[in-house]
Design a protein around this ligand. Sequence first.
Ligand code: DGL
Length: 263
Amino acid sequence: MIGVFDSGLGGLTALCELAELMPGEDFVYFGDTGRVPYGSKSADTIIRYSEEIMRFLLGFGIRAALVACGTASSAALPTLRRKFALPIFGVIDAAAEAAVRTTKNGRVGVIGTSTTIRLGAFAQKINELDPKIEVSSVACPLFVHLVEDGFTAPGDPVTLAAAERYLSPLRTAGIDTLVLGCTHYPIISGAIAAALPGVTLISSGKAAADMLASALKEDISPGKKGTIRCFVSDTPESFESAARVFMGDIPLGSAEFVDISKY
Ligand code: DGL
C-alpha cells in the first residue's frame, strides 16, 4: 500500500496518475480538507500537519508515501525524510527534471501557492539541474480556493480572469514551459493554458507519480485489482462529489472522516 496526501483535492491529480500506472497497488489518500489551504500558512505549521498525516498513514502499513502537495513538499519534505524510515517522494524534483527536459528557450515559469513561491524550492532545483535556465516565479493564491470551491468548469469567467491577472507577467517573460507547482492547478489547466498560449504545462503531481511508479515495483499478485481508500479532515460529502469528477473512471470508495489532530 502507498500513502498519498495533500491539503485537499489537488493530490488527486497525482493519485489518478498513480492508479493508472500501478493498477494492482492499494492506495490510501488523505486530503486535509479541514485545514486547507496550506499555501498561506507558515512552514512550521505545514511541517506539524504533515507529520500528523504521516503518522496516520503509517497506521495502514504503507511501504512508501507521496507528498502530493507542492507546499508541503517545499516546507516539510526534509523533516519527514529525517523522521520517518520509508521512501517519501515529493513533487519538486520530478517537476523540475521534467521542466529542464522540456524547455527549448531556457525560460521556465513556476507557479504555486504563496508559501511555495516564498520558499523557492522549485526554482532552486531547476537551477541546480541547469544554472542557465531563467526561472520566473509567480504566486497564485486564489487558484486553490477556485478549485476547492468548484470554479473548475471549462471557460469559467472568474477562473479565466484570475489566470489572466496572475499569468500575464509570465507571457511577457517569454517562458515556453510552466511548472504547475501546486497539485490543484491541473484541475484548472484550461484557464492557465488560455492565458499562456503555446506554453507547455508540467503537472507536478503527474511528474511525481511517474517518478514514484518507475522507482517502486508494483508489489502485487498478478491480476489483483488495487483499492483506493480516502480520508478527509472535514465532512466527506463535498470531497466525494468533487473527487469523482476528477478521478473519472477510477473507482473511489466513499471518503471517511478522521480527526487528524489526534495523530
Ligand atoms: N495542492 C497544494 C499544493 O500543491 C495546495 C496548497 C494549499 O492548500 O494551499 O501546494
